[in-house]
Design a protein around this ligand. Structure first.
Ligand code: SF4
Length: 381
């Protein structure tokens, strides 16, 4: 099963409580990035392009657990950078699980086998292994031969020890439906528990800007893939049926960036996991003082092609709560892969892109400089 039953029940009851309390905006998944450092340098990554003093920052355990408490989301996805490079990660994971939250630990798996013994199998803990396709696709995507084989070996070792293991798969415009469908078959045969799939977001700082999908290509690609797997029913996706329907052009959603709030070493990131346009000091400040209407597809140029789960899964969950029978119908019948697509959001009124990255980096570097202990000049003897 893509999502454990206990998680479905607890997250479902959390959403019902938020709705009964009349909350218009509430978080579903906290995206926790305890560091930006990585042991890969993927061409499509827009997360690791920082000066060394920033890459060497590790979020303190107290700050990580404080973010979990402040936010209150029932699910925590730990990303980065490569989280397994953080030496206190086992303590962070244990602390989150002790709070009754579900942890998804995203990793490129290069260190996973070596560190498996530091974690305990639990229905509250899932390894989310980065695999962007078969050996050819994945090694090309992460720019390092041999990475696929190491990830597959780590998956087998983790399954042998009784862990839940998902794969997270990002697709670019080089993806071929036949190859992706065959890869999903292979992944299921490895005994994985679920698949998270998403089109790549066009990070402005990613080294390779040529291979991101636009919305039309995304929808057609997902139709072509789902068609090869009974409307997607053949594979255990760990995403809602309506989000998959959205990827195939059968639903039109406005983005819900507050559904996956993001905490990094910079603070609470505005507006979402994908864009760093500013930082709030507290979760409350993020929720109350972000100008949410100035983001999302149709509102902002940088959001034009985004169909990523961190922006739209929460929109699909909200739609599911309003139309449970519709969601159930898609889950039972599979995603529709032919016929008209729903009209997409208009881009006519979107505001142009702001480029603010270097300002945040300069501010953080100054903060690090000021907080580092000063070295006193050594007196000559
Ligand atoms: S559409 Fe939403 S999730 Fe996507 S980049 Fe824009 S604000 Fe972020």
């Amino acid at each position: 099963m893509g999502i454990p039953l206990i998680q479905k029940l607890l997250v479902g009851s959390y959403v019902v409580r938020q709705r009964l309390a009349g909350r218009k905006r509430y978080p579903l998944v906290l995206m926790l990035e305890p560091l930006f450092r990585c042991n890969l340098a993927c061409a499509g990554c827009g997360k690791i392009d920082y000066p060394d003093p920033i890459l060497h920052q590790n979020m303190a355990v107290a700050d990580a657990l404080g973010a979990v408490d402040e936010c209150g989301a029932p699910v925590v996805s730990i990303a980065g950078g490569e989280p397994l490079l953080h030496k206190n990660l086992p303590e962070i994971v244990e602390g989150i699980i002790a709070r009754g939250k579900f942890v998804y630990l995203c990793t490129n798996a290069l260190l996973m086998e070596k560190k498996l013994h530091q974690y305990k199998p639990s229905s509250y803990f899932t390894w989310s292994v980065h695999l962007d396709g078969d050996k050819e696709m994945h090694d090309h995507s992460v720019c390092q031969p041999g990475t696929y084989d190491r990830a597959v070996s780590a998956i087998a070792a983790a399954k042998k020890r009784g862990f839940r293991v998902n794969i997270n798969c990002t697709l670019f415009n080089t993806a071929q439906a036949d190859q992706v469908a065959a890869f999903f078959d292979t992944a299921m045969a490895m005994g994985i528990d679920g698949i998270t799939v998403s089109p790549g977001y066009a990070y402005e700082r990613a080294p390779d800007q040529q291979h991101f999908l636009n919305r039309d290509r995304t929808k057609n690609l997902f139709r072509d893939i789902f068609r090869r797997g009974q409307g997607g029913k053949k594979w255990a996706f760990s995403q809602s049926s309506l989000f998959l329907d959205f990827l195939a052009g059968n639903q039109s959603y406005h983005c819900t960036p507050w559904g996956n709030p993001t905490r990094t070493i910079f603070g609470w990131q505005r507006p979402c996991y994908l864009l760093g346009e500013g930082y709030a000091k507290t979760f409350k400040e993020l929720m109350e003082e972000t100008d949410w209407d100035s983001y999302g597809t149709g509102n902002y140029e940088k959001c034009a092609d985004c169909m990523v789960h961190s922006g739209y899964e929460a929109s699909a969950v909200e739609h599911t709560m309003q139309n449970p029978l519709k969601a159930l119908g898609v889950a039972l019948r599979g995603v529709r892969t032919d016929g008209e697509m729903v009209p997409d959001l208009s881009l006519e009124g979107q505001r142009p892109a702001d480029y603010v990255f270097s300002q945040h980096v300069a501010e953080k570097l100054e903060e690090i400089r000021q907080s580092s202990p000063r070295r006193e000049p050594v007196a000559a003897k």
